[in-house]
Design a protein around this ligand. Structure first.
Ligand code: ZN
Ligand code: ZN
Length: 273
């Protein structure tokens, strides 16, 4: 059984295209899970553009998108995701309703005047929108893939996912803010014993002190959760736009000293579980 995880966008908040961001990457959140030919994509930040081109090249006609929340950095790539313009593509898009708008209405708004010239109803692909509520569990691909969700601590809300397939588990925990000194049962539920945890490590602990309430966490908290929940590998994710490659190298090395199974996610790299 194959469970391959590819990072197409690892940056948080906004894209960074400066040359000193090219080692870790400047595209925003998008992670591809290849599960023996079954495509599951988490978030549609700017990184999904390159993934879309790959799917077109491979003639992959079916994919499922799980959207953690609809802040720009998690959906900005959706109108530039090539499969939505292919009449062969069938895309299931799971998102949590926001402000009384269901999944379809949110994406309709994104692809409408004055934000975007082409309305979503004019694209030739089959887009199947599915709503879910926090803590829902559901299956994809005729029961082969299990998805467990939990609400995260983030302004406007966000959802964390645990995806189980072929005896392996991945936890995607972005965007979330920890409360110092308190365990987050929702995060632990997703992370417990998983093979890879992708965790919002936007800030260092020093930076976090002046950013309480922003809805993001730290690499130090990632290490604490990984130890507590017996996580096998941890990917620091949603990198701060203020952290260029030199800063990211220091963060990654320091985190590795605290726990050797931690690494900082780099764009266009694949981890096989
Ligand atoms: Zn974000
Ligand atoms: Zn957010």
């Amino acid at each position: 059984m194959g469970f391959d995880v590819t990072f197409w966008g690892v940056r948080g908040s906004t894209t960074c295209s400066e040359p000193d961001y090219m080692v870790y990457g400047g595209n925003t959140a998008c992670v591809e899970l290849s599960l023996d030919g079954r495509e599951v994509i988490i978030d549609a930040g700017s990184g999904i553009r390159e993934l879309g081109k790959k799917l077109i090249r491979e003639k992959s006609a079916r994919a499922t998108l799980l959207i953690s929340h609809t802040h720009w950095d998690h959906v900005s790539g959706f109108p530039f995701f090539a499969p939505i313009y292919s009449r062969h593509a069938v895309l299931e898009i799971y998102a949590s309703p926001q402000e009384e708008m269901d999944a379809r209405a949110i994406f309709e708004m994104q692809m409408s005047s004055p934000f975007f010239p082409m309305p979503i109803h004019s694209v030739p692909s089959s887009l199947i929108f599915k709503n879910f509520a926090p803590n829902d569990e559901f299956f994809l691909y005729d029961g082969a893939v299990k998805v467990i969700t939990a609400p995260l601590n983030h302004p406007n809300g966000a959802t964390g996912f645990r995806i189980e397939y072929g005896g392996k588990a991945l936890a995607y925990v972005s965007d979330t803010e920890h409360i110092q000194g308190r365990e987050d049962e929702n995060v632990l539920k997703l992370a417990r014993g998983c093979d890879l945890m992708i965790y919002d490590a936007l800030f260092t602990e020093e930076e976090f002190a002046s950013h309480v309430g922003w809805g993001h966490s730290t690499w130090q908290e990632a290490v604490r959760i990984a130890k507590k929940a017996n996580v096998k590998q941890t990917a620091l994710f949603h990198h701060f736009p203020e952290h260029n490659d030199a800063a990211m190298r220091v963060i990654e090395n320091t985190a590795k000293e605290a726990l050797s199974s931690v690494f900082a996610a780099r764009e266009r790299t694949t981890v096989s579980l």
